[in-house]
Design a protein around this ligand. Structure first.
Ligand code: PXP
Length: 252
């Protein structure tokens, strides 16, 4: 049996809803526990500079209360590294961050930030964190990711998911497939995420070099209609089916 494709559930937007009113509800840590029982393999959260969703206290509670590995998304700033080193989560994903953006727009420009990233990543790895870089599906960015010491890359699927024209989506999918193959040939662990939904997850899940998908916004939105447990289980089933079909297996 082939290695299972992992699902990381991003619970940021449970905190977004909580923060709309202040107070403690809905609790993102409760969502993380529910995600675990629904079949998630990891929990993802993004501690932003402006703390618009996840807070420092959420991060402490997630580290203390959940059994699944936590993948902390963060910008490569001094403040974030100090926080990351204090908690030493199993995974850290470095992302670009702009204050005005609604969500992460595009991958990290690892080529431009090479001189900053190599010494930035080193202490995180020494603290036992697996460092991944969120990058566009571009060979030069993958070369640079390896050069700065990343263990994994997360390929940005946002352009693929946002494409409305079929041929744009098809060419974006080809870019992601080629990038996944190339990253794996470099020895990088390959992950993917951003913007994925029930409608577009299967072709990404079918890419055999991809070992993990990280999905948040769609699942939390879908939870309004069908519940979080059901949304995660359905996503899991779609991923597993697509991967099994790609491998020519009879069932997931
Ligand atoms: N991966 C990374 C690096 C991200 O920044 C995000 C958004 O926080 C996601 C995955 C999840 O994207 P979405 O919420 O659109 O599923």
């Amino acid at each position: 049996m082939s290695e299972k494709l992992r699902l990381g559930v991003n619970i940021d937007h449970v905190a977004t809803i909580r923060n709309a009113r202040g107070g403690g509800l809905p609790d993102p840590v409760r969502a993380a526990k529910l995600a675990a029982s629904a079949g998630a393999d990891g929990i993802v959260c993004h501690l932003r500079e402006d703390r618009r969703h996840i807070s420092d206290d959420d991060l402490s509670r997630l580290m203390a209360e959940i059994d699944l590995p936590l993948n902390l998304e963060m910008a490569a700033t001094d403040e974030m590294r100090e926080i990351a080193l204090r908690h030493a989560p199993p995974g850290i994903c470095l992302v670009p961050e702009k204050r005005q953006e609604l969500t992460t727009e595009g991958g990290l420009d690892v080529i431009a930030a090479k001189a900053h990233l190599a010494p930035y990543i080193e202490p995180l790895k020494s603290a036992g964190c697996l460092v991944s870089l969120f990058v566009d599906p571009d060979a030069a960015q993958l070369d640079a990711s390896l050069a700065v010491g990343a263990t994994a890359v997360e390929l940005h699927t946002g352009t693929y998911c946002d494409a409305t024209a079929g041929e744009v989506q098809a060419s974006e999918l080809t870019r992601i497939q080629n990038a996944a193959r190339y990253a794996a040939s470099l020895g990088l662990e390959v992950r993917a995420g951003h913007g994925l939904s029930f409608d577009d997850v299967a072709p990404i899940a079918a890419i055999q070099q991809v070992v993990e998908l990280n999905i948040g916004h769609f699942l939390i939105g879908e939870a309004i209609f069908s519940g979080l447990d059901s949304a995660i289980r359905r996503m899991r089933a779609l991923m597993d089916r697509a991967r099994a079909e790609a491998l020519g297996e009879k069932s997931a």
